[in-house]
Design a binder for this molecule. Structure first.
Ligand SMILES: NC(=O)c1ccc[n+]([C@@H]2O[C@H](COP(=O)([O-])OP(=O)(O)OC[C@H]3O[C@@H](n4cnc5c(N)ncnc54)[C@H](O)[C@@H]3O)[C@@H](O)[C@H]2O)c1
Ligand SMILES: O=P(O)(O)OC[C@H](O)CO
Length: 323
């Protein structure tokens, strides 16, 4: 049994660490230096997952130094912090350890996929992606969840799938890192759009239209960047879109709801789609792709367009074949 080190003790990192420790894995949860003592004292993450006790075997650490050399590393900080985390800590991580990225997003500064951001700092090891529909609170509560684990090498994908699957967390494997990570990143943008639609009172039918046309945009961009259409049909694409664009438990959907109702999104929450939407639009422009739902979402977020005008713009585009 290989030890697992979860780097980042927010909601998702903590939930994964709890699930894996409960299943009997040897797990270290690496938090910020100021947070680790609080987690250790309370034996729960009171901020992110209140009232969910840590299994007694779960170790909490304040630094990723001195992790076991055969560790599987799982990075669970927000997408925009991926590069900074690795820039700061890569030198202290066990050389050669596989790194699984759990964040969902596209780097706003560089427009790069997170696997490419990570590879700059972690060039000599395999980088895998964990994505799919799963709320941290549900995972931590022991509810059943299925996600996708993608690595370029099918052998490694299988090794990680076996190592990290538990009775409650079923992992499917894939070799399509591009499609799997893009599904997770792009669904957040469409979830914000769907939230805005519901928040503004435009109705469930309009939301279904946005989800479907948004899915077509996910596929369009994903295929242009080298993803496999089957990934978008799977858990990390359609699966996560279905969850995130319909559930008030999603921070992206909830942010959209607030904006649609004329309020600010709740401050201090990790709302990945806000940065990813902007990254996606600039990426699509460079590639010459039309992504009208994503474009309209960014225009609303930037205050360049009102919600009614954005919807009218989408509805009055030239009539076309459904593709
Ligand atoms: N919460 C979920 O249900 C869920 C599910 C699946 C995937 N994800 C993805 O996981 C990622 C993290 O989300 P989350 O819900 O855990 O967010 P969160 O806001 O709960 O936690 C983020 C954590 O990262 C830490 N962090 C940020 N920058 C850091 C740095 N430079 N060094 C050390 N720690 C740093 C923060 O202190 C915080 O503990 C996101 O990309 C999200 O899309 C979340
Ligand atoms: O709360 P959200 O919107 O970040 O969604 C969490 C997960 O990505 C759902 O799979």
């Amino acid at each position: 049994m290989r030890p697992v080190a979860v780097l980042g003790a927010g909601a998702f990192g903590t939930a994964l660490a709890i699930v894996w420790a409960r299943a009997g894995l040897d797990v270290r949860l690496v938090a910020r230096p100021e947070t680790a003592p609080l987690l250790q004292a309370a034996r729960e993450n009171q901020r992110a997952l209140p009232a969910i006790r840590f299994p007694y075997t779960l170790q909490t650490l304040s630094s990723p130094e001195n992790l076991p050399s055969d560790s599987i590393l799982v990075l669970a900080v927000p997408a925009q912090a991926t590069g900074a985390y690795l820039a700061q800590h890569a030198a202290t991580l066990p050389p050669g350890a596989p790194l699984v990225l759990a964040a969902k997003g596209i780097d706003l500064d560089s427009g790069a996929l997170l696997t490419d951001v990570a590879a700059r700092h972690w060039p000599d090891s395999e980088i895998a992606v964990l994505s799919g529909p799963g709320f941290a609170a549900e995972l931590a509560a022991g509810l059943p969840t299925a996600l996708t684990l993608a690595a370029r090498d099918t052998g490694l994908a299988g090794t990680l799938q076996t190592a990290l699957s538990t009775p409650e967390l079923r992992l499917y494997r894939s070799t399509d890192r591009i499609g799997v990570q893009l599904g997770g990143a792009l669904k957040n943008v469409i979830a914000i759009a769907c939230g805005i639609c519901i928040g503004a009172g435009l109705g469930d039918s309009a939301r279904a239209a946005l989800m479907t046309r948004g899915y077509a945009e996910m596929l369009r961009l994903g295929l242009a960047l080298g993803g496999d259409a089957r990934s978008f049909q799977g858990l990390s694409g359609l699966g996560d879109l279905a969850l995130t664009a319909t559930s008030g438990k999603s921070r992206n959907f909830a942010a959209g709801l607030a904006i649609g109702a004329g309020h600010q999104p709740e401050r201090g929450r990790t709302i990945e789609g806000l940065a990813t939407a902007r990254a996606v639009v600039s990426m699509a422009r460079k590639l010459g792709l039309e992504l009208p739902v994503a474009e309209a979402t960014v225009a609303v977020l930037d205050g360049r367009l009102g919600i009614d005008a954005a919807m009218e713009g989408l509805l009055t585009r030239p009539l076309k074949e459904e593709t």
